[in-house]
Design a protein around this ligand. Structure first.
Ligand code: NZQ
Ligand code: ZN
Length: 389
């Protein structure tokens, strides 16, 4: 097992009715700005509950954070933070609102051009405003981690940053807030956490047995619960389990002491920046192709994953290891498709011209040595995209 340092300061307030608990989590004299997106929180009573709980303690509101939060919108929020002398942010929404809030929190205290935060991946962030979250779309894990992804349309750039100053102070995970999600977002909330686990698990063995078992437990829960939640969308228990899976998939626990990949995410971000695919859709396309192209480097973990998650063994699938690996990848694809996320670029109306465009973007963003061994060069990324056509 590799060395690691692990600290996660985010308090989780889990369950029905927990929005009421935030009043005690925010300093009494704080000047609060409520940050949200296009209005879903007004349709599922989240906004109402926040007003009931905090009332006039909210000094300011900033709405209109887009899915794939826009840099220019977030900069407007920073101006409002400064004008209203805000010292606490409350994010209510999905990963985009929470990521956006992290950026606002850091940029509000940053000297210089905020874009530099993204160019440096957050290494230059030395402080940030405190903030809390009310999560309404479980998928990204942003509610319990310190990472954020920001989109800048005019540059076709989707860039991420992370900083230990950007952990939420608390996050409310009330599964009832997710009952209004359209099916497409429920699909995203199954596929994205699944791939988060894979990025931290499906690399090469380092003897981190507990992390492997934890990762497999999250994968197994997602595979068992996802189809049931799609078939029974108003079931609280199923939503509760999916919600906690999504948080556990990316709160730092699974990556302790193990190599990490993240190449599927980096290639996927370019597809969103160029063509507007949902984040999780990009992952459903890139992951199977990525596993096919890099199956030799990932052989041991692929076979372990296939045996423990999909029950693919020498007995169930006699033949060569390569044949078993192909069966494992096909099972993974079938799962994404059954969850409502097609796995080919063509399914989203994209052809070979997208391959060149994405490679150009990766080059521009210096994504030229990705993966757990930094061997996913532009040439390998091209092979992956070609395999995803
Ligand atoms: O804007 P509103 O009106 O709130 O509507 C949103 C949005 O249109 C809607 N929605 C959210 N909760 C709802 C709801 N609709 C009905 N009922 C509810 N309860 O859903 C739409 C999509 O929301 P968004 O926040 O964009 O989705 P998601 O949570 O999937 O976040 C995606 C973003 O997170 C980034 C992605 O790149 C993408 O930009 N990621 C962040 C990560 C992190 N911080 O750790 C890791 C991830 O890998 C990912 O890259
Ligand atoms: Zn993701």
């Amino acid at each position: 097992m590799n060395n690691f340092s692990y600290h996660n300061p985010t308090r989780i307030l889990f369950g029905d009715g927990q929005i009421a608990a935030i009043a005690a989590e925010i300093p009494e004299l704080a000047r609060i700005m409520l940050v949200y997106g296009g209005g879903s929180i007004k349709r599922n009573h989240v906004y109402e509950q926040i007003q009931e709980t905090l009332g006039e303690r909210i000094v300011s509101e900033f709405s209109g954070i887009e899915a794939n939060p826009e840099y220019s919108t977030l900069c407007k929020a920073v101006t409002q933070v400064k004008a209203d002398k805000i010292d606490f942010l409350l994010a209510a929404g999905g990963g985009s609102v929470i990521d956006g809030t992290k950026f606002i929190a850091a940029a509000a205290q940053f000297n210089g051009e905020p874009w530099d935060i993204l160019l440096q991946g957050g290494r230059n962030v030395t402080s940030a405003l405190p903030f809390g979250c009310i999560l309404t779309l479980p998928a990204t894990g942003s509610e319990m981690n310190a990472g954020s992804v920001v989109n800048r349309s005019e540059m076709k750039a989707k860039m991420s940053f992370g900083s230990e100053h950007c952990f939420p102070q608390f996050s409310v995970l009330d599964p009832t807030t997710t009952l209004t999600l359209p099916e497409r977002q429920l699909t995203n909330g199954i596929v994205d956490p699944f791939v988060h686990v894979i990025e931290q698990y499906l690399t090469y063995p380092v003897g981190a047995d507990l992390q492997d078992r934890l990762a497999e437990a999250v994968l197994q829960s997602i595979v068992e619960t996802g189809p049931k939640a799609l078939a029974d969308p108003q079931n609280y228990e199923l939503r509760a389990n999916l919600m906690w899976c999504a948080t556990m998939a990316l709160n730092g626990l699974l990556r302790n002491g193990v190599p990490q990949d993240w190449s599927t995410h980096m290639i996927g971000h370019e597809l969103t920046a160029l063509y507007g695919l949902d984040h999780a859709q990009t992952l459903a396309v890139v992951l199977p192709a990525n596993l096919r192209v890099r199956k030799d480097a990932k052989r041991e973990k692929l076979l372990q994953f296939g045996e423990r998650l999909w029950g693919v063994t020498e007995t169930s699938h006699p033949g060569s290891a390569d044949e078993r690996i192909e069966a494992i990848i096909v099972k993974t694809e079938e799962f994404f498709i059954a969850m409502g996320a097609p796995t080919r670029l063509a399914d989203y109306g994209l052809d070979e011209s997208a391959v060149d465009a994405v490679i150009k973007q990766l080059e521009q963003h210096n994504m030229v040595a990705l993966g757990e061994k930094k061997d996913v060069t532009l040439d390998v990324s091209r092979q992956i995209l070609m395999a995803a056509l």
